[in-house]
Design a binder for this molecule. Structure first.
Ligand code: TYD
Length: 206
């Protein structure tokens, strides 16, 4: 059986990626593939501790501190989870990865792209996901859905204008890396998106 693939899921809060992640795992399992399901920031003990600081902290932090912590968690995640899984031939499904840093810290907070490029090269070398599924949804819809699901974390408490910048940055990355990033219209009915995801997985499994 061919080796595993590294798939990341992206989108603004409320785009539905966490729901679709469960479905992707089911589809892969039905095809006999083992997937490691993980998330960022997080995925390791240290990464989850950083996640708590990044998401729960009410105090706030400098935008570059936020970017550095995201990449610190990512370095650990690659070392402890992602690279070992790919070495074993497992698939990896990650709820967010580096595109989120370009979207949230770059687009949302205004951290300079060249600094993020530098961190990306430092932390990942040449490694990129094989496929990124970007769930695109208008900010108003995403916000409404996110609010209905759970209390807001430090990012979700931001204004709509912040999320518009995040979405714009995601769309810009999708235009820049069309071979890797697949844009999915996340305002479509759940069932349609499931069918599409199944088709995508089938095409890369064979
Ligand atoms: P999220 O993925 O939405 O998880 P949940 O669905 O459990 O709330 O939460 C992660 C938050 O972290 C999200 O608001 C985006 C933010 N984030 C960044 O700002 N930069 C990053 O590099 C990553 C990975 C996440």
């Amino acid at each position: 059986m061919p080796g595993g693939r590294f798939i990341t899921l992206e989108g603004i809060d409320g785009a539905g990626k966490s729901t679709h992640l469960g479905w992707l795992e089911t589809v892969l399992r039905a095809r006999g593939r083992h997937a490691v399901v993980t998330r960022e920031p997080g995925g390791t003990a240290l990464g989850e501790a950083l996640r708590a600081l990044l998401l729960d902290g009410s105090e706030g932090m400098h935008a570059e501190t936020e970017a550095l912590l995201m990449f610190a968690a990512r370095r650990e995640h690659l070392d402890k989870v992602i690279l070992p899984a790919l070495d074993r031939g497992d698939w990896v499904l990650s709820d967010r990865f580096t595109d989120a840093s370009f979207a949230y810290q770059g687009g949302g907070r205004g951290v300079a792209t060249d600094k993020l490029d530098h961190l990306e090269r430092w932390v990942q070398g040449g490694l990129q996901p094989d496929l990124t599924l970007y769930f695109d949804v208008p900010v108003e819809i995403g916000r409404r859905r996110a609010r209905a699901i759970r209390p807001a974390d430090r990012f979700e408490r931001e204004e709509d204008v912040f999320f518009r910048r995040v979405r714009d940055a995601y769309r810009e990355r999708a235009r820049r890396f069309p071979e890797r990033i697949r844009v999915i219209d996340a305002s479509r009915p759940l069932e349609d998106i499931r069918i599409l995801l199944e088709e995508i997985i089938t095409s890369i499994c064979s």
